[in-house]
Design a protein around this ligand. Structure first.
Ligand SMILES: [Zn+2]
Length: 257
């Protein structure tokens, strides 16, 4: 089905949720955000806002209900930076799992975790299998927005690193900053970017704390960000995620649901 407005779980009554879930092939999207430093030029809610904004735009096109965004998640690699709030990967996994029983009771059979933060990847990687053991009727897909398609990945990371197994982080870079500008340009302060890291100097093989090669928490060259680039990237992200969800709606689960 199509809709013009997003279907927001938190704004519906219990009976409206039952009906909205049925109409959406028992599918919901859960935006997974973060509250963490994003350099001197962006607020700490970037991942929260991106996850929610992308999910709501997908919902407006598909009718898939959107759960309330999870705002504080596993921001271990920015620990110690003012503004960063974090829970452990184990806690994140437990929160996700415990919410799943409520989803199942609401008739949800397909859950898309729309993730906007790389630090959540360890917890999210094992989650679909854990969820299928705990709630056998629930099929889970983890989708990081920057991996919606190869063209999204290329655009999102065009100013950050490098092949050869090096760091490739979509964080406070030109892609993420432009996206935020497309949503809320007035909050972005490009004039506060005091330095941009030399990503050629980043270790390619061994892990090092991020603060060693990004002293202000920025990756890439966000000073080149513009709302136009953000709108272009946002459109592609939405188009490609909508296409994925439409293909997935036709996918039968093991019991024919
Ligand atoms: Zn971010």
């Amino acid at each position: 089905m199509t809709a013009n407005e997003p279907v927001l779980w938190s704004k519906l009554s219990t009976t409206e949720i039952r009906d909205a879930v049925q109409r959406a092939h028992a599918t919901v999207i859960w935006p997974i955000g973060a509250t963490e430093q994003h350099g001197p030029h962006l607020p700490v809610d970037v991942d929260h806002v991106l996850a929610a904004s992308i999910a709501e735009r997908v919902s407006a096109r598909t009718g898939i209900p959107v759960l309330p965004t999870l705002p504080i998640t596993s921001s271990w690699y920015w620990r110690g930076w003012p503004g960063t709030l974090s829970i452990s990967a184990a806690t994140l996994g437990a929160v996700l799992l415990e919410v799943c029983s409520g989803l199942a009771a609401s008739g949800v059979r397909r859950l898309i975790l729309l993730n906007a933060h790389g630090g959540n990847i360890p917890a999210l990687m094992e989650f679909p299998d854990r969820a299928s053991q705990a709630v056998p009727d629930l099929a889970v897909r983890v989708l990081h927005w920057w991996e919606a398609s190869p063209r999204v990945t290329a655009l999102a990371n065009r100013d950050t690193a490098p092949g050869d197994g090096g760091y490739r982080v979509t964080h406070a870079n030109v892609g993420e900053t432009s996206l935020y500008m497309a949503l809320d340009a007035g909050t972005v302060r490009l004039d506060r970017i005091d330095a941009e890291p030399d990503l050629d100097a980043v270790p390619r093989f061994y892990f090092r704390p991020t603060a060693e090669f990004s002293p202000n928490g920025v990756f890439g060259h966000p000073s080149g960000a513009t709302p136009e680039q953000g709108r272009e990237l946002l459109k592609i992200v939405i188009d490609d995620i909508v296409a994925l969800t439409e293909r997935a709606a036709a996918e039968m689960l093991a019991d024919g649901a």
